[in-house]
Design a protein around this ligand. Structure first.
Ligand code: ATP
Length: 238
């Protein structure tokens, strides 16, 4: 049985000035899946995430999120609809404490689970618990990344858009972040993951799309793509 995907992107075109960075991209994300977009620098991965969260206009195409026409909604309505974007560069508030950053991410929620989720973030990232009263801008790069992922958890979003969560992190922290991503997914979040670390992304994702200069050139279950000669040569260095 295949249900309607949570997110369906069809023939998406996005330009900066007159240069098309994304050229007719189509893909789908099933509820409960981790889907990864893989590609070299400049392939258009971040551009797609920015357009989905409403930070960039789209020149052509349609996007359905939970049956809704996403592109007709302004950015803040997309957040309310259940989309959380963890941008490259992390997007945390440097002049708020760790605790304030986490609470702010839950501002739109009306449920009784906020305190329990806060405890869950601190359990997943003990370092954030130790630093809960520290300003965001005094955290190390790795800690800021943990905080960004913690904020995504606090938002209880239905769809998480994660942009290069491993960027600039020491290998041990990279593995920690990927473990948490898997746990977020197991707890119910659907995840669209943009990564340059193709090896790890393919390990945790269910489906993958390979992007080259704004177009999807390969797509399929991650397991299948892991064994694809083109992927092995270009992205896994095998
Ligand atoms: P990276 O991992 O390096 O961020 P990416 O796959 O996410 O790569 P994008 O950042 O989406 O790639 O960039 C896609 C293309 O759009 C690139 O050619 C890039 O130079 C161009 N581009 C990105 N941002 C802008 C901008 N603000 N103005 C003009 N061109 C841009």
């Amino acid at each position: 049985m295949t249900s309607q995907p949570l997110l369906t992107v069809d023939d998406l075109w996005i330009s900066y000035d007159r240069i098309a960075a994304v050229r007719g991209v189509s893909f789908a994300v099933q509820e409960g899946d981790i889907v990864t977009l893989i590609g070299a620098n400049g392939a258009g991965k971040s551009t797609i995430l920015r357009a989905l969260s409403g930070l960039l206009p789209v020149s052509q195409g349609t996007v359905l999120f939970a049956g809704q026409d996403l592109l007709s909604l302004p950015a803040h309505r997309r957040t309310q609809a259940g989309i959380a974007h963890v941008p490259e560069g992390r997007g945390i508030f440097g002049n708020l404490t760790v605790l304030e950053n986490l609470r702010l991410a839950a501002y739109a929620r009306r449920d009784a689970q906020i305190e329990a989720d806060l405890e869950e973030v601190f359990r997943l990232f003990p370092r954030l618990a130790e630093r809960r009263r520290q300003w965001g801008n005094t955290l190390s790069g790795g800690e800021q990344q943990m905080l960004a992922v913690g904020r995504a958890l606090m938002s209880r979003a239905r769809l998480l858009l994660l942009d290069e969560p491993s960027m600039g992190l020491a290998p041990m922290l990279v593995r920690e972040i990927f473990r948490v991503i898997r746990r977020l997914n197991k707890a119910g979040a659907t995840i669209l993951l943009v990564e340059q670390n193709a090896r790890l992304a393919l390990e945790i994702a269910h489906q993958a799309y390979i992007l080259e200069t704004g177009r999807i050139v390969l797509a399929g279950p991650s397991r299948t793509l892991q064994d694809h000669p083109q992927v092995r040569e270009a992205y896994l260095g095998v």
